[in-house]
Write a protein that binds this ligand. Sequence first.
Ligand code: AMP
Length: 409
Amino acid sequence: MPTFVVLEHFIELGIAQPIIDALSAQGYTTPTPIQAQAIPAALAHNDILGTAQTGTGKTAAFSIPIIQNLMSSTRDRRTIKALILTPTRELALQIDESIAAYSSNVKISHAVIFGGVSQNPQVDAIKRGVEIMTATPGRLLDLMQQGFIDLRNVEFFVLDEADRMLDMGFIHDVKKVIAKLPTKRQTLFFSATMPAEVVKLSQNILVNPVRVSVAPVSTTAEKVTQQLFYVDQKNKRFLLRHLLDSSAVEIPSVLVFTRTKHGADRVARHLQKNGIKADAIHGDKSQNQRQNALNSFKSGQSRVLVATDIAARGIDIDNLSHVINFDIPNVAETYVHRIGRTGRAGAAGIAISLCDFEEQAYLRDIEKLIGKKIEYKNPSTHLKKAEAPPEGAKKDFRHQKKKQAPKRR
Ligand code: AMP
């Protein structure tokens, strides 16, 4: 079995410049471990057996080699060359969005198909010609049976989240799809865990695979002290300000995570208006603006850096005492990545999450992933008596009857 040295820069992985430029535009500076392991192996046309969860950067690990291989081939642009099967609609959408981003400097057609919505726009896209197709198994089979999809020209097949396919009862559909693929192809197989049935499937469909694996993300959360406040969404910024002002909680430097770019700007503006030095970084900021914000944060000139997940991924900050989740991430693994930004190199770190009633479903997923309940803090007792908590800060509502919980993935 070939072995590959783990490299630190995208260029050393053999990635073509147009793709590297697209990755830089996303704020990616260094490959994640799964990318460093899988990309050179996949570019060398090996099958891959990868043990990795969502949140490890595995989407880029399988998408980049596909995009690059398609770039270099003279091809009929209207046939499906790559099929990516993933269990849920949300993952399918995320993967297709990532492919759009990584291939932004390359002429490649891609589309996503999943159930629960009208098939017409999907069929139209297929008719226009799709080279990289991301799909959930049910709708894919359906469209195959209706004669809209021809998999005879597939050169790359990705099976994503194989264990979840099994859990969700999709494994038979997956097998039916695989039966229609050409036997001569490259297969990239990813699963967070490897139960016996997944191992058996991998053995049946992979040829002499290179094995790549990264540790489960849940294990990195252990050294960080985690706390939780319940607060209405609209009052979060007041509680945040309160935490930063309070003499009861010392927060020398904090990375605040928001879900959206606008959210990051709003939070930074609110803090600035109230005399707290804060900057925001996200994908809409120029490279210069990002660098300035980062320098000012690293040098201690600003105490707060507000960031989206993507912007924060590419940056390296030492000595970060706190992470605050202004929004609870809808993918549990993202939470673990966020809080892993503090408590590095043996230092103690504190992660504080601000949770709105509507975000409880996400919180439950996170607690399931990390295998424990996050310690709940009552703002009235945690902050000093004289510093009354802002209106809207809530008592623990974990046991309250839930309204319509937001959907995840
Ligand atoms: P995934 O595991 O593919 O869902 O990726 C998790 C998150 O990491 C996504 O938000 C990606 O945009 C981001 N990401 C993937 N690779 C990198 C990288 N090399 N540097 C920074 N962020 C990355």
